[in-house]
Design a protein around this ligand. Structure first.
Ligand code: GTP
Ligand code: MG
Length: 294
């Protein structure tokens, strides 16, 4: 009999949840940037070996949601937590700087009945004393079955987490085929790749005003190529100018970076057709975020 189950990655924004998922899988399924609130949706990443299958569910960082988009993000995180067998609560070296968000995470965790493990990520950024301070604060507030130290970038500690999960998960079926890595479609991955390049290169409020929708995606067999047409939505006319850049240079750069990554993903040439549109104040409107896929 094999082991299997669902494991939710929960934490404040920017602690390294998506990096952790990609590192465990050895494959990028969830986008990563140096900015908080990068991930907006739940994304499953499926890890399979001879012991069984772990379905990791990456989730948006928990924060105080003000706009409609942010409420959607936090709902996604809460749902990931409800539907899992084990919760990984991840934190990082900036915990005390963003303590209000950490409190939101621990409050949500206190309501969850599942087995919880605490992962102190970015251990490379901490002293032994920093680590102790984190544990002193967290342990009286929440009960964990186990604590792990990790560096999600270089992979330190990840194997220990996976080994432990296989110990505690129940016997069960493989939920997905053995070669399956994510529940998300190629269309979704394309939209996220474009959003990652935008998120990485834009500043201040602009990344948070960006949404991407893939309008068309089709194979062009005679050219052994994939054609992708996507719209980039921003909230204001001035942001459209920023995304396009002087003489279109910025949009061209985004397009090149995204196309290269899609070509790697699909193993063939990609023609990427990008358009920028203004959808006034979209992130604050419940009905518009739904139209944009949230
Ligand atoms: N030094 C160091 N940096 C890390 C580590 N893990 C992740 N990072 C960096 O932390 C930043 C945030 O990583 P993400 O994986 O996007 O974080 P996240 O928790 O998914 O963030 P949200 O999606 O915004 O909630 C990136 O710049 C990563 O390269 C680590 O162990 N050590
Ligand atoms: Mg993330």
């Amino acid at each position: 009999m094999k082991k299997s189950g669902f494991v939710a990655l929960i934490g404040r924004p920017n602690v390294g949840k998506s990096t952790f998922l990609n590192s465990v899988l050895g494959l990028k399924v969830s986008i990563v940037t140096d900015k908080p609130q990068t991930t907006r949706d739940r994304i499953s990443g499926v890890y399979t070996d001879e012991r069984g299958q772990i379905v990791f569910v990456d989730s948006p960082g928990i924060h105080d949601p003000k706009a409609a988009l942010n409420r959607y993000m936090v709902r996604e995180a809460m749902q990931a937590m409800e539907e899992c067998d084990v919760i990984i609560h991840m934190t990082d070296d900036k915990m005390f700087r963003f303590l209000e968000e950490e409190v939101l995470v621990t409050e949500a965790l206190a309501r969850a009945k599942q087995r919880k493990i605490f992962v102190i990520n970015k251990i490379d950024m901490m002293t032994v004393a920093d680590r102790e301070k984190i544990l002193e604060w967290i342990l009286p507030r929440c009960s964990y079955d186990k604590v792990f130290d990790t560096n999600a970038v270089n992979g330190f500690g990840l194997e220990d987490v996976v080994n432990y999960l296989f110990q505690v998960l129940p016997e069960g079926p493989l939920y997905y085929p053995e070669d399956y890595v994510t529940d998300r479609s190629e269309r979704f991955l394309c939209k996220e790749i474009i959003r990652e390049k935008l998120f990485q290169s834009l500043r201040e409020e602009v990344p948070y005003s960006v949404a991407v929708l893939v309008e068309e995606m089709r194979d062009v067999p005679e050219k052994n190529m994939v054609y992708v047409r996507a719209n980039i939505y921003v909230e204001r006319e001035s942001q459209k100018g920023i995304v396009i850049g002087k003489k279109g240079e910025h949009l061209k750069k985004i397009g090149r970076l995204a196309r290269e990554e899609m070509e790697f993903l699909f193993g063939k040439k990609v023609y990427l057709d990008l358009h920028v549109k203004v959808e006034k104040g979209w992130s604050r409107k419940e009905w518009v975020i739904r139209r944009l896929g949230y």
